[in-house]
Design a protein around this ligand. Structure first.
Ligand SMILES: Cc1cc2nc3c(=O)[nH]c(=O)nc-3n(C[C@H](O)[C@H](O)[C@H](O)COP(=O)(O)OP(=O)(O)OC[C@H]3O[C@@H](n4cnc5c(N)ncnc54)[C@H](O)[C@@H]3O)c2cc1C
Length: 502
C-alpha cells in the first residue's frame, strides 16, 4: 500500500488549492511537501498582491465574494464595469499576441468565477475590493479597471495563511523543509511517488498520484541564463528564493513535454533600491507601476519605450524586462505635481529625488549623459500639449493624449512636465515568474513527449505552460493556479489516470 493517496509538491496557491480539492473529492491521505522552512513557506503566493482576475459578467456577481463592499465604498456595484468571458479572452489574446493555448485559456476563463467562489466559500479565503491596485479616484468617484477588481484580504499573506488554515482543517499533512528531488516510476512508467530530501536523509514517499505545484525557475540564475539569456541571470527576484525549477527538471527528466514560451517571463518595474531577493515583510511593495503617468529615461538620458502604450495592467508585466535590457538595468520615472496624486501607495516605500527645475533634477540622477537627459525632457515637453490646455487628460482610461513627433511616442497620458516640484524614482526589472513550463491536458495530467498523459503525474500553477507568452494580464497567475490546482486535485483524487480514464 502507498504511503499517501496524493502527494502535492509545493505549498503556494496552486498546490494548496490542489491539496484541498483532492480532500474535497475524497482523497483521504494527502501530503504536501514544502521545500522552504515554515518561516519562509508559501512561495510567490505569499509575496503576491492577492489580486484575482475573474470573468464575472455583471458586477452584482461580485457580491458573492465581497458582500460588504458597499459599506466601505458606496456605489461599488454600480461603479464597477462589466467583465465578460469574451472580454477576458480578448485581453489574454491581445497581450499574448494570440499565442495563448486556446484549450487552457477557455478552461481558465470559463472556470474563473466559479473557482474564485470556491476559494472563498470552500477555501474560507476572505476577499476585498483591490482599491489600491485597480481603482483610481477622480473627484469623489472611484474608476475601476476591468476584470481585476477583487483580491484576497491582506493580499498574498492573507491568501497563503488562509490556505494553510484550510489545509489544517482538512487534516492535510504538511512537511516543511522537505523538497522533492526526483519522481519515482514503476515498471509501467507510472509516477508512484517522490524521492524527497529532508535535509538529513533522502526518503522515498509513495502515492498513486503526484501533483507538481512547485513553481517555475525564476529564482535560478543558471536556468534564467540558459532559457531567458543575458542579462536575466542578474535580475532581482520579486518573490520566493525556493522556486528553482526543481519540478520542471524532475518532470522533463522522465519525458514530460515542455510547453509555452521558455524564453518568456513576467517581469515588472521595481525599485532599484530593492535587494536581489525579495523582502518577505515588504512583499510586493517594490513595484513601480505608475509609469504610464511618467516620463521614463535610461542612463543615456533617453526615452526607450512608450510609457503610455496601454493601461498599466496590460504593460507592467513586460516593461520590467525592457528596463532590464537598458544600460545598468536602470531607468528613472519622472513625475510632476500634475500626476503625483496618481502614484500608487507603494511609491511611499522610496524617497524620491526632487527638484524645482528639470535641470536641477537631472543633475542629481544617476545618468551617464545629463545634458542628453535634459534635452530629452525638453524635447518631450515640446511634443506634448501644455498643461491646463484642456487637453483631455484622463488617468482612468486610455485618453489618446499623445506626443507628436517623438520616437518612441508616448501614446496616452502625455502631460507636460511643467508643474514643479519634480520627482524621480529609480526602477529596474524584477523577475516574477517564468512562462515556459509543462504541457497538461484538460484534467491537469502532464503530457509526455509521446503526447500521452504520464500516468500518476499532474501539474498546476506556474508549472502549467502555454497560457502566457510575451506578456500577461494582471491578476491571472493566482486565478490560473486556483483553477488548474482545483482540477489537478480532483483528478488526482480519482487515481493515477485522472477522471477521464476508462
Ligand atoms: C511580488 C509578486 C506579486 C504578485 N502579485 C500577483 C497578484 O496580485 N495577482 C496574481 O494573480 N499573481 C501575482 N503574482 C504572481 C503569483 O504570485 C504567482 O503566479 C503564483 O503565486 C504562483 O503560484 P504557484 O502555487 O504556482 O507557485 P508558488 O506560490 O511560488 O509556490 C511554489 C511552491 O513550491 C515550493 N517548492 C519549490 N520547489 C520545491 C520542491 N522541490 N519540493 C517542494 N516544494 C518546492 C515553494 O517553496 C513554494 O511553496 C505575484 C508574484 C509576485 C512575486
Amino acid at each position: 500500500m502507498s504511503d499517501y493517496d496524493v502527494i502535492v509538491v509545493g505549498a503556494g496557491n496552486a498546490a494548496l488549492a490542489a491539496a484541498n480539492s483532492a480532500r474535497e473529492q475524497g482523497a483521504e491521505r494527502v501530503l504536501v511537501l514544502e521545500k522552504a522552512p515554515e518561516k519562509d513557506r508559501g512561495g510567490n503566493t505569499h509575496y503576491s498582491g492577492g489580486m484575482l482576475r475573474v470573468a464575472y459578467g455583471q458586477p452584482e456577481a461580485l457580491r458573492a465574494l465581497v458582500p460588504d463592499a458597499e459599506d466601505e465604498l458606496p456605489g461599488f456595484f454600480k461603479d464597477v464595469p462589466t467583465y465578460t468571458e469574451d472580454e477576458m479572452m480578448a485581453d489574454l489574446m491581445r497581450v499574448t499576441a494570440g499565442k495563448t493555448d486556446q484549450t487552457l485559456a477557455k478552461i481558465l476563463i470559463s472556470k474563473s468565477y466559479e473557482t474564485i467562489c470556491w476559494m472563498h466559500d470552500y477555501g474560507g479565503i476572505p476577499m476585498e475590493p483591490a482599491v489600491s491596485l485597480s481603482a483610481i479616484r477622480v473627484g469623489n468617484k472611484l474608476r475601476w479597471q476591468k476584470g481585476a477588481i477583487v483580491r484576497a484580504l491582506h493580499e498574498g499573506v492573507g491568501l497563503s495563511n488562509h490556505w494553510f488554515k484550510k489545509s489544517e482543517e482538512n487534516n492535510i499533512t504538511v512537511r516543511y523543509g522537505v523538497g522533492a528531488v526526483e519522481l519515482l516510476q514503476n515498471e509501467d512508467g507510472a509516477v508512484v511517488g517522490v524521492l524527497a530530501n529532508t535535509g538529513e536523509t533522502l526518503e522515498e514517499i509513495t502515492a498513486p498520484a503526484v501533483i507538481l505545484g512547485c513553481g517555475g525557475f525564476e529564482a535560478n540564475a543558471q536556468m534564467r541564463a540558459q532559457y531567458l539569456g543575458a542579462p536575466w541571470d542578474h535580475a532581482k527576484v520579486r518573490g520566493s528564493a525556493y522556486n528553482q525549477g526543481d519540478g520542471l527538471r524532475m518532470a522533463l527528466d522522465l519525458g514530460a513535454l515542455p510547453w509555452g514560451q521558455w524564453s518568456g517571463r513576467h517581469s515588472t518595474p521595481i525599485s532599484n533600491e530593492w535587494p536581489d531577493f525579495a523582502d518577505r515583510e515588504r512583499t510586493d511593495q517594490s513595484n513601480r507601476l505608475s509609469f504610464p503617468y511618467s516620463v521614463m529615461i535610461n542612463r543615456e538620458g533617453k526615452r526607450f519605450l512608450d510609457e503610455g502604450e496601454d493601461v498599466g495592467m496590460y504593460t507592467y508585466a513586460k516593461y520590467g524586462g525592457r528596463i532590464l535590457q537598458e544600460t545598468g538595468a536602470l531607468a528613472w520615472q519622472i513625475f510632476d505635481q500634475q500626476t503625483v496624486d496618481f502614484l500608487e501607495p507603494r511609491y511611499s516605500t522610496s524617497d524620491p529625488i526632487t527638484a524645482d527645475t528639470l535641470a536641477e533634477l537631472v543633475e542629481q540622477l544617476d545618468v551617464d549623459d545629463k545634458a542628453q537627459a535634459l534635452r530629452t525632457l525638453e524635447d518631450y515637453n515640446a511634443a506634448v500639449p501644455a498643461s491646463g490646455s484642456n487637453d483631455g487628460f484622463d488617468p482612468t482610461q486610455k485618453d489618446g493624449l499623445s506626443s507628436k513627433g517623438l520616437s518612441p511616442e508616448k501614446s496616452n497620458w502625455a502631460t507636460r512636465l511643467d508643474q514643479p516640484p519634480y520627482l524621480a524614482y529609480s526602477a529596474t526589472g524584477g523577475i516574477t515568474f517564468t512562462f515556459g513550463a509543462l504541457k497538461i491536458d484538460e484534467d491537469a495530467r502532464v503530457i509526455g513527449t509521446d503526447w500521452r498523459p504520464i500516468k500518476g503525474l499532474f501539474a498546476c500553477g506556474e508549472m502549467v505552460g502555454g497560457l502566457f507568452h510575451i506578456n500577461y494580464p494582471g491578476g491571472t497567475g493566482l486565478t490560473s493556479g486556483a483553477v488548474f490546482g482545483r482540477i489537478a486535485g480532483a483528478s488526482a483524487a480519482h487515481g493515477a489516470d485522472g477522471p477521464t480514464a476508462s
